[in-house]
Design a binder for this molecule. Structure first.
Ligand code: GLY
Ligand code: MN
Ligand code: MN
Length: 372
């Protein structure tokens, strides 16, 4: 697995620190694992990071001691702490925060459970007066992650090219007579052969009436000649997720199936044409919906989502949500465009590609024929 070089990590940490004043904090406790990976290159299933203006304290448990020490050698700004036996992350975190004086300590509200928050406040704020403040923050690191740096764009470009080759190898195969789960297993095996660390999510192979379920899985159904088959899969390469969907027909395509696929591809193209720096994400969503015409009420989900360390991250390409306004698109954002139409009991069509917002518009990162 390739990890972002130290100067790239230092740049990310520097940008985060520069956002502290506007968020009214001096320190941020980072509990989101993708956020920790983004800032330090430490990919683990547990960890806590404390970012201050002059310190980057990364707490890991003994399973990750070697990895953590290695990361700190590569990126010496990291001050590693391995949990002592029998001591929890929260105990260690409280121990690190207790000596602070006059700090506004930010916590990541969306990534802090109520139970954890109660423990921290009970330990820090009750009893003896702790001369600091806990401040809830929302999305400080995610805001930085919205726009990919050069290193991330290279990873996503590489992942999208490999994902496209996997699609080109599997999609032309004769699918009729095979079970959905067998097609999914072959895809996942090809993903690994192509160099991916793992699938980005449970591979979807949804055939016949199952194709009407936008998030169907791959089950025991045997693909029958003439079935629409929605194949939606993704891979993780160097920690970065890519995501691709094609809808094919097992055997010979009927006229209705062919027309639906062409109309969904046209809606996706309309969304692509609307992508440019400064565009509101909801305008891109609307462009796809407008092109759907009388199929618009069958398009029951958003047009796309950002891709990166998580398979679903910002920006959301959906209808406007006044309670969660979305920033305009900017060069360096990477997202899917994945319109679909669904007919319960009959079938469905979705087409999904990964797109980079460029200085002048947009670039397809995935490259696989869309229509039959
Ligand atoms: N399969 C997940 C997605 O396309 O968003
Ligand atoms: Mn997607
Ligand atoms: Mn997908």
């Amino acid at each position: 697995m390739r990890i972002a070089p130290p100067d790239t990590l230092a740049d990310r940490v520097g940008r985060l620190r520069r956002s502290f004043a506007a968020a009214s904090i001096d320190t941020l406790v980072v509990t989101s694992l993708p956020n920790i990976a983004y800032l330090t290159g430490f990919f683990a299933s547990a960890g806590v990071l404390i970012v201050s203006q002059d310190d980057l304290a990364l707490i890991g448990d003994s399973r990750y001691a070697t990895l953590l020490e290695g990361r700190a050698r590569e990126f010496p700004a990291i001050r590693p702490t391995i949990l002592p036996p029998g001591v929890s992350f929260d105990e260690t975190l409280v121990g690190a925060l207790e000596p602070l004086r006059g700090f506004r300590v930010g916590i990541e509200a969306p990534h802090t459970s109520l139970q954890r928050f109660r423990y921290w406040t009970r330990r820090l704020l009750d009893g003896e007066r702790w001369p600091n403040e806990l401040v809830e923050t929302d999305g400080l690191v995610e805001e930085l992650r919205l726009t990919k740096d050069r290193w991330e764009i290279e990873r996503l470009r590489d992942g999208a090219a490999r994902l496209s080759s996997v699609a080109k190898c599997i999609l032309p195969k004769a699918l009729a007579g095979r079970r959905e789960s067998d097609v999914a297993a072959e895809l996942e095996s090809e993903l690994r052969r192509a160099g991916f660390e793992r699938p980005a999510f449970d591979t979807i192979v949804a055939s016949g009436s199952n194709a009407a379920l936008p998030h169907g899985r791959a089950g025991e159904r045997v693909l029958e000649p003439g079935d629409l088959v929605v194949i939606d899969f993704g891979g993780v390469l160097d920690g970065y997720c890519t995501d691709l969907t094609r809808t094919v027909v097992a055997g010979t395509a009927g006229a209705r199936e062919r027309e639906l696929i062409e109309r969904v591809a046209a809606a996706q193209r309309a969304a692509f044409d609307a992508v440019q720096p400064g565009a509101a994400p909801e305008r891109v969503d609307q462009a796809a919906r407008d092109r759907m015409g009388d199929l618009a009420d069958r398009f029951t989900h958003g047009t796309g989502h950002g891709l990166g360390l998580e398979v679903h991250e910002g920006p959301r390409i959906t209808r406007a949500r006044p309670d969660r306004p979305e920033s305009p698109l900017a060069a360096g954002m990477v997202m899917t465009l994945e319109p679909g139409v669904y007919f319960p009991g009959w079938g469905g069509v979705r087409i999904e590609d990964d797109v980079l917002v460029t200085e002048s518009g947009a670039e397809w990162l995935t490259d696989v024929p869309r229509t039959l």
